[in-house]
Design a protein around this ligand. Sequence first.
Ligand SMILES: Nc1ncnc2c1ncn2[C@@H]1O[C@H](COP(=O)(O)OP(=O)(O)OP(=O)(O)O)[C@@H](O)[C@H]1O
Ligand SMILES: [Mg+2]
Length: 456
Amino acid sequence: MFSGLGFNSGEFHLQTSIFDSYLSHQSLFKRNRDVLRPAYIPSSLPHRDEQIDQLASILATALKGERPSNILIFGKTGTGKTAVVKFLGKEVERLQKQVLEKKNAGQLDDNAVSLLNDDMEVGIPVGMLTDNEVHYVYINCEIVDTQYGVLQNIGNRFIDKWKEQIPFTGWPLERVHNALRDQIDSKKQVIVVILDEIDKLVYKSGDDVLYHLSTINDSLKQAKLSVIGISNDLKFTEFLDPRVKSRLGEEKMVFPPYIAEQLKDIMSQRADLAFEVGILEESVIPQCAALAAQEHGDARRALDLLRVAAELAERQKDKRVLPHHVDLAKNKLELDCVTEVIRTLPTQSKLLLFGIILNEEVGRTRLTTGDVYDSYKIVCQRSGISSLTQRRITDLVSEFDMLGLINARIISKGRYGRTREIILSVPKTETRNVLEEDEVFANMQSYRLKLQSTLM
Ligand SMILES: Nc1ncnc2c1ncn2[C@@H]1O[C@H](COP(=O)(O)OP(=O)(O)OP(=O)(O)O)[C@@H](O)[C@H]1O
Ligand SMILES: [Mg+2]
């Protein structure tokens, strides 16, 4: 019998809910599981002292009213770039509040306040700080990826009145430039603009906005502006005009990948906040650390493994998180990752992948480029889309190989020469399900390849 929200002769009443068994089960997490999510910024960042100190000393220049150098920060994904930069943003804010309080209390002495918690290394005398306002403007260029968007975002931070703000769209760029310049130059202040994922901005919109921001100081009388660019892609600088490149990279920092021992510390810090003592079996954190370190020392991946392992344990109503939950979490994350890659493939690539799966479904697993091309053409025909040449398809096959969707290797056929053997390396049923979400496959639901319809 269905047990849930029940309607009974006009009367509405709540029966036992289908969620009850889950709700009554004790959660493995303390109140807040968000501490394991990427958006959470912990109060300290283990194994990033050097990078924090280096950035703090650069930002201290801003707090003293000078323009800090522009900085480019590089490092692979999950190495703490965003976390460190946001952490310092909070510190700058905390320090400015502290200075304001001292100023209001008339305590303008030479006692140093510290930019970092309990750490006097970057101490600055209060007297030096009072007249300087520092604004820390963080922009994620994955979201704001146009010249207009970046300038509008910075400008509007300095315009309180909603009616006077720069609109989302519609003004000529020059007007946006002028509005931004006038707004920031209305008083003495230092503005530090953080462009996180700056590569996305450059690939989408070129380097005009970076040229503008890196030369804006020439036309400012009171204010000063500097840029911190963050990227996990070293190649994007090749797309910059040499002048922009040298201006932006006045200082460069590299965040190295974490080793397993460091990942353990990072996870332990978060686990203490997320779980009661004893919930994690002892080997769970070392196991997550080892898995994440095997790739390239990605703290995001390590924390994701831990969170998903605990969620799976919770779903299975287990009382502790055990090593086999981490194995399950690893598989789930890998599948989620592949799913995303497949979902965002261009249409022609989806058609090709569908063709490969059709072969797999009828037990043909080691395919030649010719087999793949034949089934691809059948899929195109049924979907009403014109097919590409075999040469283009060969290129797409190589792309699939790089994405890890297939495994293509050259094998020797003795005196018949060499040929490429293509093997699907993602699960066929799940992949087909994801592909079928695309309406281009509306006519392919439950379609199977007839062996006689392909060339053998
Ligand atoms: N040293 C650290 N201490 C505590 N948590 C950390 C540390 N480094 C990274 N993290 C955590 O790991 C996750 C990923 O870090 P972050 O977002 O800073 O990576 P990133 O270098 O910006 O990666 P990407 O290039 O993909 O943007 C976040 O949850 C962050 O809080
Ligand atoms: Mg980041």
